[in-house]
Design a protein around this ligand. Structure first.
Ligand SMILES: [Zn+2]
Length: 242
């Protein structure tokens, strides 16, 4: 059973706190979810550190990246990331944008980020890197308009994750909980890979292994188990899905 609007907003607040507790976001970064009452709109907090977000901070946005009613609040500058991805990916219910630290080196070295551990297969076999230089030249690196958002969404393509050179990454999911799980896994996988590379040659999961992990139970049962665990760690109430 799907959540209603009020429950979805409450889950979005929990998602923000979890991402903060799990070191995916810090003062920066954000997570959005489609409006369950209108798939042409999405929900995202006003510009605020995720750890501090409350239900009252959540605003509704259209696919042009503008708030339907800003209520006098300042939205995130990079809301266009979410708008552009939701507009072209009907399968996506949630988008996480972060600057999670272990991921950054892979966006700036050409080193391939790829699943090295089974619970991280959700990041996808292919993790493209988006670079603002070819199309936009020297910028302040922020996705501050729809043209940049659309270019990032195009680079993401059908994938679950994409890196942003010199900036961060995006992770998407068929549910809010899946997107959070993928965002946490992206940072974990990056950390494992950095440690492994210091020891020797890295053996990645094969394409077939990634497909088998991701093609099993949908939604992946591990997501719900992880969500309950993360709620406990963050001292938040756990609402069972369905
Ligand atoms: Zn950013």
């Amino acid at each position: 059973m799907a959540f209603n609007l009020k429950e979805t907003i409450e889950d979005l607040v929990v998602a923000n706190r979890i991402l903060s507790r799990e070191n995916v976001v810090d003062a920066y970064g954000h997570v959005s979810v489609r409006n369950p009452d209108n798939p042409q709109r999405f929900l995202l907090s006003r510009a605020r550190a995720p750890e501090a977000i409350e239900a009252d901070d959540i605003l509704e946005f259209a696919f042009d990246g503008e708030p339907v009613d800003a209520k006098g609040r300042r939205p995130y500058l990079e809301r266009f990331i979410h708008a552009a991805i939701f507009a072209v990916r009907p399968d996506v219910q949630s988008v996480v944008h972060s600057h999670s630290r272990d991921v950054i080196p892979f966006g700036i070295t050409g080193a391939t980020l790829r699943p090295v551990m089974h619970t991280c297969a959700c990041i996808g076999f292919d993790v493209p890197v988006w670079d603002t230089q070819p199309k936009f030249g020297d910028t302040d690196m922020l996705v501050s308009n729809m043209a940049m958002g659309r270019d990032l969404a195009a680079r993401l393509g059908v994938n679950a994750t994409a890196l942003m050179r010199g900036h961060g990454s995006v992770a998407v999911g068929a549910s809010l909980r899946e997107a959070v799980h993928t965002a946490v896994s992206l940072n974990l996988n990056a950390g494992f890979q950095i440690k492994a590379a210091a020891l020797g040659r890295v053996t990645f999961l094969t394409k077939g292994e990634v497909d088998k992990v991701n093609g099993g139970q949908r939604p992946y049962v591990g997501v719900e188990r992880a969500w309950e665990y993360w709620c406990l760690r963050a001292g938040l109430p756990y609402r069972k899905l369905g």
